[in-house]
Write a protein that binds this ligand. Structure first.
Ligand code: SF4
Length: 479
């Protein structure tokens, strides 16, 4: 965290919270308290929930799957877009009814929106008992215990950003899905002008490689064979002599690991070494999410993305050359302040030129406290125009995606089966390239690797049929 971050992020922790939640201070032990955590936002947030569950379990809390039976409800929030915050606000309103019925219940808000709004959340949502930001989760058990024991009043905040907090030594409680998500880096040193992340998660902090490898081995022991390494700009990872390429290679060589993915990389940190590891290590999936955000150099500059469209295209070319068969996905924001029709046309050109396998396309969302909000009022693109541009872009992307996927119909892939599909009798699996395939199967095959032939596509996802008895071992399908 740099000096300007420190001034922006003054501690909002109340004296009561300090007493109850500070490290090394033990509050009352809430043995047997049932806790329910509802999660919004990205994979990192889901992993943070697993972390909180680990911390709370150590202190005797018991996890439950719904709010009805819970003594403690935590809403782990996202602040990336206004829409995400509106959803969470609505949900907090709904959850108040449990607290009205059972006044002893503790209702808390955690995560990025908690960090962003702090005490405002308590003021505007009567019935929110605590607010805790992403670096303050170690204080949660004591804070909750103290509130439950009426040792401190309700309405506490734990919002200090801590440049040293990496949650080393905390065992996440993994239970979702067939992939283990492992956070290797927290926070971000970039200052993209549209993005709230550096202000709610602080500067970049990288975990020790030994701790990451130990967590990977634990995940294998728990039955996971696919891991996803998480970080805000994951490939800028550096710890001593270790860079991200070194880390990725080491994780991919852990006994029992069959697939490794990572997200989200920054285009500038896609190095020749990283591409070399992706090409050489069989366990590293040939899939790369490469957020471009815009195809216009003028907009990229105003976003402070630190690359040009030409530099981005050069990275794409190098990636495809070094890692044949790789699938690429991206993020794009349309309607960024000052975006003209010509800028938008440049984004369309870039999309047509790269031909991404997948894309997450958004309208610009104004985030209070970010530099982009200070552009002149005349620069802001109307909802109508940004909506039209978004629709146009979605249409272009979908047509490209359909063409790519149709060209893959008939090929054979290995999938890791993730869950039951909506259509009865089908399961969903994911290919190495991160493409989803629905095919006949029952829930007993969830967690298995299976060979499938792609028989059709909806445009975005595939239908498939099993090859042989389907349970394949160690094959690398397709190109
Ligand atoms: S690199 Fe990503 S997380 Fe960091 S400021 Fe930019 S958009 Fe936000």
């Amino acid at each position: 965290m740099n000096a300007s971050m420190r001034t922006n992020l003054v501690s909002l922790q109340s004296p009561g919270a300090r007493r109850a939640g500070g490290r090394g201070v033990r509050g009352p032990r809430p043995l047997g308290s049932r806790v329910y955590i509802e999660t919004y936002g990205c994979q990192m947030n889901i992993n943070d929930t697993e972390l909180m569950e680990g911390l709370l379990a150590e202190d005797g809390f018991v996890r439950v799957d719904g709010p009805e039976r819970a003594d403690v409800i935590l809403v782990n929030t996202c602040a990336i877009r206004e829409h995400a915050e509106r959803r969470v606000r609505g949900r907090i309103g709904e959850l108040q009814r449990y607290r009205k019925r059972r006044p002893e219940l503790v209702l808390g808000v955690t995560g990025c929106m908690a960090q962003r709004l702090g005490p405002r959340l308590i003021e505007e949502a009567a019935g929110v008992d605590l607010v805790a930001g992403p670096d303050a989760y170690r204080g949660l058990p004591d804070l909750i215990g103290s509130i439950q024991a009426s040792a401190i009043e309700r309405g506490q905040t734990l919002l200090e950003l801590d440049a040293d907090e990496n949650y080393e030594g905390v065992d996440s409680v993994r239970r979702q899905g067939v992939s283990a998500w492992i956070t290797v880096q927290r926070g971000c040193d970039h200052r993209c002008t549209f993005c709230i992340v550096p202000y709610v998660r602080g500067g970049e902090k990288n975990r020790a490689p030994e701790a990451i490898l130990a967590e990977t081995r634990r995940a294998v022991a728990d039955g996971f064979s696919e891991v996803v390494l998480l970080g805000q700009t994951v490939n800028s990872y550096r710890a001593g002599d270790w860079d991200f390429a070194t880390l990725l290679r080491a994780v991919s060589r852990v006994d029992g690991i069959r697939r490794v993915r990572f997200t989200s990389p920054h285009p500038n940190d896609v190095t020749p070494d990283l591409l070399g590891v992706m090409a050489e290590e069989a366990a590293v999936c040939r899939q790369l999410h490469l957020p471009v955000q815009s195809g216009s150099n003028r907009v990229l500059k105003r976003m402070v993305r630190r690359y040009t469209a030409e530099a981005f295209l050069a990275r794409v070319e190098a990636t495809r050359r070094e890692v044949p068969g790789i699938a690429l996905s991206t993020d794009v924001i349309v309607g960024f302040p000052g975006e003209t029709e010509a800028d938008f046309a440049a984004t369309l050109d870039l999309m047509r030129s790269v031909r991404f396998d997948d894309a997450y396309l958004y309208r610009y969302s104004k985030r209070e406290g970010t530099p982009a909000t200070r552009f002149p009022a005349a620069d802001f693109v109307s909802d109508e125009v940004s909506g039209e541009r978004l629709e146009h872009l979605i249409g272009v992307h979908r047509a490209i995606q359909r063409e790519i996927n149709e060209s893959e119909v008939g090929s054979e892939r290995e999938v890791l089966v993730e869950r039951e599909a909506r259509s009865p009798g089908d399961v969903l699996g994911r290919t190495e390239q991160n493409k989803v395939v629905a095919f006949p199967g029952d829930p007993t095959v969830i967690g298995d690797y299976m060979g499938v032939r792609l028989t059709g596509t909806t445009g975005a996802t595939f239908m498939g049929e099993r090859l042989g008895d389907g349970r394949e071992g160690g094959l690398r399908f397709g190109t």
